[in-house]
Ligand binder design. Structure first.
Ligand SMILES: [Zn+2]
Length: 284
């Protein structure tokens, strides 16, 4: 006499034997028969159409909607096209979004520990980003709060440099002064000396291009001070390239004078370059 369990197993064996051919045709394994879900062939990864991809790139200007909405970051990002509904075969333009690599990877990953970004959320962020890009506001640095902080720090640096150079009179002094045969008051260089002595990250621009210009000005100021310190001497509380060099060593005299002239030109040009660019970038 067979127990109910043996009966069930017996019946299944009969069914399996009976359907053996058809089961083999379906490539079902015994594991799949006993409780495991048959494997379904993965949908092939269809590449988004060129036009749909171009549209997502153009509308976002390669800004990531999640970076923008969550961090106020409107910088261009290295990224990938994401499928908002998770279906790679659905490449209608509304389903595609340019995302930075970090956000694309977290948007695509499924984790029970953390509530992931939802489709509705991403669509909302995307719509807001597309409006910003359509209005051209992504091009304005101040549109991003993250950059706003950098801009206000850089404005302070700009202000302190121009205040120092203008109030001390040093920039006007090097712009106008003739060092051939004229003495000068060393204190006229106070602004340049003080700027040349300033170091440390608190005196650097956050904007890398402005920082390059600041360094050029800094180097020019140091070089000018070094030439003046080695080639001018105090005469009755003032400083001058020695007069007698002009008659006794004219070659030396004119060499020094032309070096000083070239270096004052360099200081003025690098100062003007920095101030012009910084005003354009920070105050426009
Ligand atoms: Zn991002």
């Amino acid at each position: 006499m067979l127990t109910p369990k043996q009966l069930t197993l017996g019946a299944m064996t009969v069914i399996i034997c009976h359907h053996r051919r058809s089961l083999l045709e379906f490539h079902l394994t015994s594991k799949q028969l006993f409780g495991q879900v048959p494997r379904v062939a993965k949908k092939s990864r269809k590449k988004p159409s060129k036009a749909a991809e171009e549209s997502a790139l153009a509308k976002s200007a390669r800004r990531c909607a999640l970076c923008f909405a969550l961090k106020g970051d409107l910088r261009e990002k290295i990224g990938q096209i994401a499928h908002i509904d998770g279906n790679r075969a659905n490449s209608v333009p509304g389903n595609l979004a340019w995302m930075c690599l970090e956000h694309h990877s977290s948007f695509d990953s499924i984790t029970s520990q953390h509530k992931n970004y939802t489709k509705a959320e991403v669509k909302r962020y995307l719509a807001a980003l597309y409006r910003i890009v359509a209005d051209g506001k992504h091009l304005s640095i101040s549109a991003s709060p993250q950059f706003g902080r950098g801009v206000s720090a850089d404005r302070k640096i700009l202000e302190s440099i121009s205040d120092l150079m203008v109030e001390s009179g040093s920039i006007e002094f090097v712009r106008r002064n003739n060092f051939a045969g004229w003495s000068f008051d060393w204190s006229s260089l106070r602004g340049i000396e003080e700027f040349a002595a300033r170091g440390g990250p608190e005196n650097e621009f956050i904007d890398p291009e402005l920082e390059e210009l600041r360094k050029t000005l800094h180097d020019s100021c140091r070089q000018l001070l070094s030439i003046l310190a080695t080639n001018t001497f105090p005469i009755r509380d003032r400083q001058s390239v020695p007069d007698d060099w002009e008659t006794d060593q004219p070659e030396r005299f004119w060499k020094v004078v032309s070096e000083i002239d070239a270096m004052t030109d360099k200081v003025c040009c690098s100062y003007d370059d920095l101030i012009r660019n910084a005003r354009k970038r920070l105050l426009a």
